[in-house]
Design a binder for this molecule. Structure first.
Ligand SMILES: [Zn+2]
Length: 65
């Protein structure tokens, strides 16, 4: 038998940024320490907020004329 590539369940897990316990991806809250967004989506969220604000600003400019 050849040793093929074995998939580990750890690929679905990612360490919490606070307690570093491997938890499922996509969880909004760490079940161990209770930290919100344990996989630090904060950066992405900030970028999205900036984009939305920019769009709203441009929209207001266009409408205001
Ligand atoms: Zn945690």
């Amino acid at each position: 038998m050849q040793s093929g590539t074995s998939e580990h369940d750890s690929q679905k897990l990612k360490p919490c940024r606070y307690c570093e316990t491997p938890i499922e991806k996509g969880l909004r809250r760490c079940p161990v320490c209770g930290t919100l967004t344990p996989h630090s989506d904060a950066k992405t969220t900030t970028i999205w907020i900036a984009v939305i604000l920019l769009v709203v600003y441009l929209y207001t400019l266009i409408r205001g004329g």
